[in-house]
Every structure is written in C-alpha cells, then in structure tokens.
Design a protein around this ligand. Structure first.
Ligand SMILES: Cc1cc2nc3c(=O)[nH]c(=O)nc-3n(C[C@H](O)[C@H](O)[C@H](O)COP(=O)(O)OP(=O)(O)OC[C@H]3O[C@@H](n4cnc5c(N)ncnc54)[C@H](O)[C@@H]3O)c2cc1C
Length: 447
C-alpha cells in the first residue's frame, strides 16, 4: 500500500460521503485490483503487483461525484471497475490509488417502447439487462461471451464486440451507443448528458476520460435462437462453408469455427468430439433449413441442437469468443492467444502461419461484420514460447496483411489500431484535466 496517498484528510473526506461503502481489507484491495489479464503472460509480469490503496463502492450518482471531487482535490489516481472481467488489465490500477467499483449503480432507468432504446446504469449486468429486454420483446445486439458476469458499463468502456458481431459489427460502430451521462473529475464535478456523437470519445476508452453513470443503447428484436453444430474433417471446406453461411440471407447471432484440436479439449456442450473441425451457429428459426441445405450440399454433417432457451446449462455462446481461450487454458495454462482480422484470401494466410507454428497455433475463427462487410476475425490459441516468439508471430501476421488487436498490451491505443484517437484525448482534457482517471492507459495523454 502506498500509505502516503491515504492522508487523514482524504480518509475523513471519503468517510463523510453518504451512500459510499469503503472497502479497505487487504483481500478486497487485491480482489478489486485484478481482472483476467493472466491470459497474457506478458501482462501477468507487468500487472501482478498493482494494488489499490482503497476500494470504494458508490450507491448513488451523487456519491460518484463526491469521490471524483475528493480524488481531484488530493490528486489521487482513480480507476473505475465494472465486473472486472477484462483481459488487458483495463481496470487494474497501474499507479495504485482508489478503485471505484460501479456495481451498485445498476438501475434500468428507461425503456422506449417505440424505438426499443434502453437507458441503464453502468453496473447492470448484461445478463440482467438482456433478461429485462426479453420481457419487452427485445434483446441486446452485442454481447461478450462473459455476458452473464460482465457489466454494461465495462463492456462499453473496455469491450469491443462478440456474440452478435456477425450481424452488428463492433461496439464502436455508429448506432450502438446513443448517449451517456458522465461525471467529470474536476474541482466541481459536472454531470453531463452527451449525445451519440460526443459519447463516441468515451466508447472503448478504458474509463480514462469520464465516469459513465448511465448510457443509452440501441437494441434489436428478440429472436428464438437455434443452436447448430456442423462438422467436417476438411478445413478448407468448413472455412468456405462458414463464409457461405455468414453471407446467406439468414439471420445469425453467432458463427464460430474451431479447429479439431480445440474441439477435442473444450466441454462437450456442442456434442462429443468426433475428430473433426466444428462450426457453431446461432440461427433464427426461419434460417435453419437454409443452413442445413448449405451444410449437406457441401458434404458437412449438420446437427440442430435445439432452441437456445430450452437447452440446460451453458450454451454454445460460452464456447466461443474468449471463452474458447478460457476452456483451453483450463486444460493447459501454457496456452495464450492473439486477436486479428485475417487478410484475404484467408485460407492462404492461415496456411502460411500454420506452416511455421504447427500445432502450437490452433485456429479459432469468428465471422464478423467489419465496416459493412463480412470478414473473418481470428482468436488463435497460441502456445506460449516467450516474449520474443510472440513478437515474431505478431510480425509474421502483420507481414501477411492481418490487422492485429494485441491482447498483450496495456494502453487503449496499442490494443486497437495503434493510433492515438484525438477525440479521446480531447475528452480527457475536458472531463479529467488533471489526468487522474486510470492513469497510464491512454497513450495519447502525455501529462
Ligand atoms: C472468458 C472471457 C471471455 C471474454 N469475451 C469477450 C467478448 O466476447 N467480447 C469482448 O468485448 N470482451 C470479452 N471479454 C472481456 C470482458 O469480459 C468484456 O469486455 C466485458 O464486457 C467487460 O466488462 P466488465 O464489467 O467486466 O468491465 P471491467 O473489466 O470491470 O472494466 C472494463 C473497462 O471499463 C472501465 N469502466 C468500467 N465501468 C466504467 C464506467 N462506469 N465509466 C467509465 N469506464 C468504466 C474500466 O475502468 C475498465 O477500463 C472476455 C473476457 C473473458 C475473461
């Protein structure tokens, strides 16, 4: 603990804020300073020692503003936390200080029955929000595979896409986030309502440039998703089939492809292992017959597992996105992963990388919509062979034209396209002029 930061003044100021819980037990400080960064051996080395001096849990927006004011006055780092399921140490306090867990702010404030837009507080769990929307005949467009445990605020500030990306692209695409309520970190914190355009700068900014206390999202009509598994021993055939399915006039919520050695090692919720590669889909009821026709005419074996809502236990969605990595790491913690958009032609690119890495790299593909076009994203499972070889792999992938979203780095920019987003930095200047929020995570901020 950096006891210098916790002056008597500061503790008494925080102690006098109503609707604020203070968690100062060492076990709480450790627990609330971690996320799932240990999927990356690189981040593990960098982040393992970081620990908040104090954790606070506001129950009201007013208490959030009081914490912002006190941290500003004392020049104390303030790191926000949703459910702590991020993979890049997004909510890990690099410079210690205060961690503010937003999990008690979880009200659904408004639902517009005409547009389907929902306004919700950031700590609301995605599973709870989706359940609420379901009762209104709606559903979330995008969900991470951690949809049961993650918060909506953390998803917007730290996530990127996932289930639904095959149809709806990524969270930063215009049209998903329609507005935010934000508390600034200033001498006198302001509560601002930002429209969709102004909210863009806070989207995927790791909580570095404003404290989100509510957000408005677009939703979509609820669909009775059907689970489908398609198997083939031929990699080229099943990649082509995946592309045909994702380009067909069929509504999909998920279209994920796993190399056979992955199927062998993950739970058998999609059926037992039969030595083949496996395509997993969530399909609308009126799309089933088309997907079956495409699969059987390509010579692949098609299985309709049933309606997602009727199937007990974990569904297909928890075998995909970064849950694939989770299951592989549960079998062998030496596995790590990478994230990229594959260059076209994808089969040639994958063959190239595979020829150099063999079974130390297993392909896991996700069909996504990127800037309006269907593309193949990849989250290959990679055997950890040290920093240098990981760097070499990243360079090999870049050399063949892949766009890398590096999960082994700490800053917003390095994990994204590598460039500074001037709007994000400008928003930080406006809403966090002392640079107190989540310091060290926004590379474009040089103060
Ligand atoms: C097994 C596994 C699978 C995953 N699959 C996916 C996936 O499919 N897609 C995906 O995008 N991610 C995925 N993730 C990463 C992560 O689960 C999601 O991004 C999740 O939505 C993060 O939500 P959270 O509540 O845990 O946020 P946290 O990890 O707590 O926080 C994320 C970021 O948001 C900031 N933040 C939190 N609350 C606020 C607020 N009120 N205002 C401003 N900033 C705030 C934090 O400071 C932090 O920088 C996965 C992770 C794991 C471990």
């Amino acid at each position: 603990m950096n006891t210098n930061l916790l002056t008597k003044d500061l503790l008494s100021a925080l102690g006098s804020v109503s609707d604020l819980k203070i968690l100062d037990m060492p076990s709480d400080r450790t627990k609330f300073s971690r996320d799932f960064f240990d999927y990356s051996p690189v981040l593990r080395k960098k982040l393992e020692g970081c620990c908040a001096d104090l954790v606070v849990r506001p129950q009201t927006v007013r208490a959030v503003a009081s914490v912002a004011e006190i941290c500003h006055r004392h020049g104390l780092p303030l790191t926000l936390r949703g459910a702590g399921t991020g993979n890049y140490g997004q909510c890990v306090p690099l410079l210690d200080g205060i961690v503010m867990t937003m999990d008690a702010l979880k009200q659904i404030r408004d639902f517009n029955t005409v547009t389907g837009e929902v306004t919700v507080e950031p700590g609301c769990l995605l599973g709870d929000l989706d359940k609420y929307l379901s009762s209104k005949g709606r559903q979330l467009r995008l969900l991470p595979s951690t949809w049961r445990s993650a918060s909506i605020g953390g998803f917007i500030a730290g996530g990127s896409g996932g289930i639904g990306s095959v149809r709806w692209g990524f969270l930063r695409d215009p049209g998903h986030l329609l507005g935010v309520e934000v508390i600034t970190v200033e001498g006198k914190p302001r509560k601002l309502s930002l429209d969709a355009l102004a909210a863009e700068a806070l989207n995927h900014a790791y909580g570095t440039n404003g404290i989100i206390t509510a957000l408005t999202l677009a939703t979509t009509s609820k669909v009775n998703w059907q689970e489908v598994a398609i198997d083939s021993a031929d990699w080229s055939l099943i990649v082509n089939l995946m592309q045909r399915c994702s380009k067909a006039a069929v509504e999909l919520h998920l279209c994920s492809l796993l190399e056979s050695k992955i199927v062998q090692n993950i739970p058998s919720w999609s059926g037992s292992f039969n030595g083949m590669h496996r395509l997993l889909l969530l399909v609308s009821p009126d799309g089933l017959s088309t997907i079956e026709r495409l699969a059987t005419s390509a010579g692949a074996s098609f299985r309709h597992l049933g309606a997602e809502k009727d199937l007990r236990g974990s569904g297909l969605r928890e075998l995909t996105w970064n849950h694939t990595t989770l299951h592989m790491r549960a079998m062998d913690p030496e596995w790590t992963y990478l994230q990229m958009l594959l260059p076209e032609p994808e089969l040639e690119a994958m063959k190239n990388i595979k020829s150099q890495w063999g079974d130390d790299l297993l392909w896991h593909l996700e069909s996504v919509r990127q800037q309006g076009a269907q593309r193949l994203a990849a989250l290959p499972i990679v055997r950890w062979r040290g920093d240098e070889l990981l760097e070499q792999l990243i360079n090999q992938c870049r050399d063949i034209g892949a766009i890398i979203f590096n999960p082994h780095v700490i800053t917003v920019e390095d994990g994204g396209l590598g460039v500074v987003d001037g709007d994000q930095v400008e928003a930080k200047q406006r809403y966090d002029p002392k640079g107190i929020l989540n310091p060290g995570k926004l590379k474009g901020w040089s103060k």
